[in-house]
Design a protein around this ligand. Structure first.
Ligand code: FE2
Length: 260
């Protein structure tokens, strides 16, 4: 599997504090079946969380070497989780934002309460500069949970959507779990990611539990698409595929496909 959203780099944000902890996370990723992870520390314009590209690249190179020295088969590529903010177009012009794995796809974080005023213009300005957008955990944005037509609007705007595994396990509460299920049954997910911050965050057992729940909802073929095929397309600069209707879904669920 490929994880396009995790906080594995040490001492940059609310992720691990030491490289030893980062290494522990790498071991958990390998045990859970991951072969590639994108290190995506927080980038929140106007706050202390504004790591430079050089700092991130240096930490990625350091951790990559440590992981290799330990004989672990895990590739780490660079990235940022960029808070959706009107400053993004200027920061792009200044060369201060890092896309996922040296592609032109930016991981953009939806706010937890509501999208900022004028978000449509910000999105448009980013896309006009030639970037694609993978939106991190839209299911955690309260406004999107109560106004699902906005999720459809995001997709119509050409935005790809990344949902956290933990959302299906109730890690962020019932409302988020409900939105994640709604997105799954409407085919509104392009990638699944861990958003892991700590070694005990996404153990193989938790990934397996979430997979079992999801398999009933969307089928194994879609799980493969959201955890391997689409993340791989992101890293090779190709357009992502929408989820497919699945034979594994019940008749009632099939009726709701592409609707809400
Ligand atoms: Fe994150």
């Amino acid at each position: 599997m490929i994880d396009l959203h995790c906080h594995i780099l040490p001492a940059l944000d609310d992720g691990p504090e030491t490289e030893a902890e980062s290494l522990q996370m790498a071991r958990v990723f390998v045990r859970a079946g991951y072969r590639i992870v994108a290190a995506t520390p927080h980038m929140v314009p106007g706050t202390a969380w504004m790591p430079t590209i050089d700092r991130i690249n240096a930490k990625v190179a350091g951790l990559h070497q440590t992981v290799k020295d330990q004989g672990l088969r895990l590739e780490i590529v660079s990235g940022m989780e960029i808070a959706l903010d009107p400053q993004i177009p200027d920061l792009l012009d200044e060369g201060r934002l890092l896309p996922l794995g040296n592609t032109s796809c930016l991981l953009i974080e939806a706010a937890f309460q509501q999208l900022p005023p004028g978000w449509e213009q910000v999105i448009f300005a980013i896309q006009a500069k030639g970037y694609s957008i993978l939106m991190a955990h839209p299911e955690r944005c309260a406004q999107l949970g109560t106004h699902p037509h906005l999720i459809a609007q995001l997709i119509q705007s050409g935005i790809y959507l990344q949902v956290n595994w933990g959302s299906f396990l109730g890690q962020y509460g019932r409302a988020v779990a409900r939105t994640a299920r709604l997105m799954a049954t409407n085919g509104w997910i392009h990638c699944l990611a861990t958003d892991s911050h700590h070694p005990d965050g996404h153990t193989p057992e938790r990934i397996q539990a979430a997979t079992a729940k999801l398999r009933k909802m969307i089928g194994q073929e879609n799980i493969q698409q959201l955890t391997v095929d689409n993340p791989s397309r992101v890293l090779s600069g190709k357009p992502l595929q929408p989820m497919r209707p699945s034979a594994a879904m019940s008749g009632r669920r099939k009726k709701r496909w592409w609707r809400f």
